[in-house]
Design a protein. Structure first.
Ligand code: ATP
Ligand code: MG
Length: 317
């Protein structure tokens, strides 16, 4: 039975996390980092840790930040021969600061960095045997959007699979080109993994169930609804599984959605059932928020299994 390679095209960066809350990014605070980051990279790192073959397509600078991320991806088994190490550009950087309300402020330095100045490698992917994951946040950058959409059409038209996290941030979606690209990505996707807020934004007039039906009426075979601390729902093949959130101490929620998605898609391409993939992903997402840094909470099958043994909650609600 042939297993697809999971690939992403998009931003690789390092992130610095403010230790003080409620000061935005305007006041002096201690920060820690550089933490390896970038939604596609977090997703793929987790997919590799769960045992899938993976290929990351993106770029880093020839600098310490770039080496920090590349070392992590390589150590965790991500294929990095599609990562361009640019001599002329610095590695992309982000800063994040939290509020007690759960709101967070980000500053991204990605445009004209190595993060968006890479080229698509020739012949790296066999499109018919690729599952391409698209994180909608990457579509806001025009250079990356073009490379993502080119790859997506190649993969889809060759009979490969698409998965999509439609991170429908309102500021992104005001751009018509972004909206069109996201609509196309959704229409071509087999796996769709919106959060509840993405659904509200995409289908403001529909109930959640009606939105799920609408998505399933197109190409999608599996819809996953991410509910933060409330857990997740997985719908597909005429079945539905609701997983309660695991009670954990949330230290840093950034990256949980990507960790969840990487776990889920990795297990699905390896032939797991919807129920098993959903249960493992719901646990991986809970583990992800317990560590500071967007990729630091990624975990492997043994750690997730141990967590599930001690946390009966979060099984089917
Ligand atoms: P982001 O875009 O910030 O990466 P997201 O909105 O895409 O995140 P979330 O719903 O925040 O995704 O998190 C993904 C999954 O991780 C949830 O569906 C849930 O399974 C798990 N999870 C997230 N936060 C918590 C939490 N505080 N407690 C338990 N589980 C959590
Ligand atoms: Mg999200």
């Amino acid at each position: 039975h042939e297993t697809a390679t999971i690939a992403t095209v998009g931003e690789i960066l390092v992130e610095f996390v403010s230790h003080r809350k409620n000061c935005g990014l305007r006041e002096i605070s201690d920060y820690s980092g550089p933490y390896p980051s970038g939604a596609p990279a977090i997703f793929l790192d987790q997919a590799a840790r769960m045992g899938a073959r993976t290929e990351m397509i993106g770029g880093v600078g020839d600098d310490g930040f770039g080496r920090a991320v590349l070392d992590r991806l390589t150590t965790d088994g991500v294929g990095t021969s599609g990562v361009t190490v640019s001599p002329d550009h610095s590695t992309g950087v982000a800063f994040v600061s939290y509020y007690d309300t759960g709101h967070r402020d980000f500053i991204f330095h990605l445009t004209n960095t190595a993060a968006d100045s890479f080229l698509l490698p020739e012949g790296l992917l066999d499109p018919a045997r690729t599952c391409l994951h698209v994180s909608a946040a990457s579509l806001g950058n025009p250079a990356m959007r073009d490379m993502i959409m080119t790859t997506l059409r190649n993969v889809d038209e060759a009979g490969g699979k698409i998965s999509c996290d439609p991170n429908a941030r309102p500021e992104l979606m005001r751009d018509d080109a972004v909206r069109e690209a996201l609509t196309e990505a959704i229409e071509r996707s087999t796996f769709l993994m919106p959060s509840t807020s993405d659904l509200d934004f995409l289908f403001p007039d529909l109930s959640e169930d009606a939105a799920i039906d609408r998505l399933l009426a197109a190409k999608a075979e599996v819809i996953v609804i991410k509910r933060g601390a409330q857990g997740a729902t997985v719908v597909g093949n005429g079945a539905r599984f609701d997983f309660a959130g695991h009670p954990v101490d949330e230290i840093d929620p950034t990256g949980a959605g990507d960790c969840f998605g990487g776990t889920f898609v990795s297990l699905m391409v390896q032939g797991a059932s919807l129920e098993e993939a959903g249960r493992m992903a719901n646990a991986a997402g809970a583990l992800a928020v317990t560590r500071r840094g967007p990729m630091e909470g990624n975990s492997g099958p043994a750690e997730i299994a141990a967590f599930l043994e001690q946390n009966a909650a979060g099984d089917i609600a």
